[in-house]
Design a protein around this ligand. Structure first.
Ligand code: HEM
Length: 430
């Protein structure tokens, strides 16, 4: 992504962001072009990332890796000489405080730490934004153009590509294992947890083009991550930088996908499945809000509408569904209808927005796992924090936080450095 290196950084939430156009503040409430992993205010970034108590080398490494991946992941733009670093401490209020020379030194020290962290990451085979900028400069634009074309021909493919990354990352990490086919029904993708997964051929199409451009360079796991990022942007969601450098895994096991969250999972199961992947309740809510776009098959509603275990015994409809909405859902999904599809975000299925969270808050969640987010104080608070109309103006900023959560999800269990392989064909090991 191109950035205006001359732009002054502004503090928003925990980040300094680059105004979209012209000088002044970004336009509210619509923030489509605000970078979602913006350049951090240096001192805040360092303060937030430094381990607090007697950290060992591993803690430092984790901390700096996180720093490099999550908030400082576009250093190339902020380290250019054209940026006036001296303005940053003044424009971004510091939690550290101190005199101007002190701040300047702190800022310089922070930048050195950041540079060291990034260099360590590169040497260690960590993810980084622009990983293919010299080895395959057209990688990101090729994926974007393949996704754009696919989305123009069939807009429903965009949500499918977003879901594909979730299914890749939650099983053995973001290693492209979900793309492997064959094996007589024993491949991971054959697990019923992947029911309805689509878009694998789009990833393969991008891979074919990239193999022609730069053979053996761009991994399928990275194509999945980039395609999901582009799908978010093309449905009206935020544009954001994706760290790349994932390699493809060499294992595909049917049973590994058992670990995926389920549409019938309660809040406890959802929380623990996310926690197992290093994601917290906030990530759970933010990432599930991907259901702002796309559809579900009635298959995933059958139990909720007709076979839900009732408190007094017996089976029927989930009693938490408001009566009017229940009739609506039943009229769309008759008993035994597995194939009809309906939007996950009632009334706003084609647009990337926060309406899904308001639907969840108001009892209009379509699938049970979405409804479950309103069954636990920790997740209720997160849902509420993003559903108010004022959050567009005063934060928390859904678009920015969603993008950050996507980057976190995209870092789960990545294969880097000399491990794994770069597949020639995404559906087959080399
Ligand atoms: C919290 C656990 C989650 C559960 C239980 C869940 C479950 C489901 C189910 C049952 C569907 C319908 C599938 C179909 O009928 O084709 C679906 C669709 C979808 N999911 Fe999730 N999901 C979860 C989290 C996520 C996450 C983390 C993302 C991405 C960040 C995501 C993105 C999507 C998208 C975009 C669709 C629409 C797909 C389409 O229209 O083809 N989901 N999800």
């Amino acid at each position: 992504m191109q950035h205006n290196h001359h732009a002054r950084l502004q503090k928003r939430g925990n980040f300094c962001t680059v105004p979209d156009v012209g000088q002044g503040a970004p336009t509210f409430p619509s923030l489509p072009m605000v970078r979602s992993n913006p350049a951090p205010c240096t001192h805040t970034c360092a303060a937030a990332s430094a381990p607090t108590a007697a950290p060992g080398p591993a803690a430092y490494k984790a901390s700096f890796t996180q720093l490099a991946h999550r908030t400082c992941n576009d250093l190339s733009s902020v380290l250019t000489p054209t940026l006036d670093l001296s303005t940053m401490p003044r424009r971004c209020s510091s939690s550290v405080g101190g005199s101007v020379p002190g701040l300047a030194m702190a800022a310089a020290a922070s930048w050195l730490l950041v540079v060291a962290a990034v260099l360590a990451g590169v040497a260690d085979g960590q993810l980084q934004v622009g990983f293919y900028s010299s080895s395959c400069p057209g990688a990101e634009s090729t994926v974007a153009s393949v996704v754009r074309q696919a989305g123009s021909a069939d807009p429903t493919i965009l949500p499918a590509l977003l879901r594909l990354q979730f299914h890749d990352c939650f099983v053995r990490g973001c290693d492209g294992s979900v793309l492997i086919k064959g094996g007589g029904g024993s491949a991971e993708v054959d697990n019923s947890k992947h029911q309805g997964l689509r878009g694998l051929e789009i990833i393969e199409g991008a891979k074919t083009q990239l193999e022609a451009q730069c053979p053996g360079v761009v991994s399928c796991a990275d194509i999945v991550a980039l395609a999901a990022r582009d799908a978010v942007a093309f449905t009206g969601g935020p544009s954001f930088d994706v760290p790349t450098g994932r390699r493809d895994g060499k294992v595909s096991n049917l049973r590994d996908a058992d670990a995926l969250p389920d549409a019938h999972d309660g809040i406890g199961a959802l929380r623990s499945k996310f926690r197992a992947n290093g994601l917290d309740e906030k990530d759970l809510v933010l990432l599930t809000a991907a259901h702002t776009v796309g559809t579900t098959a009635c298959f995933f509603l059958q139990d909720r509408l007709y076979n839900f275990p009732l408190p007094g015994g017996g089976r029927g409809a989930d009693p938490t569904i408001p009566p009017g909405f229940l009739s609506e859902l039943k009229s769309r999904c008759a008993p035994g209808d597995f194939n009809t599809r309906l939007p996950l975000d009632r009334g706003s299925g084609g647009v990337f927005d926060t309406s899904i969270l308001r639907n969840i808050r108001n009892g209009f969640a379509v699938i049970g796992s979405d409804a479950a987010l309103y069954n636990d104080t920790a997740t209720v608070d997160v849902v509420d924090s993003y559903s108010g109309l004022l959050s567009n103006f005063f934060g928390p900023y859904f678009r920015q936080d969603f993008a950050d959560a996507m980057v976190r999800m995209g870092s789960i269990g990545v294969v880097t450095g000399g491990a794994g392989e770069v597949r020639k064909v995404c559906s087959k090991f080399n």
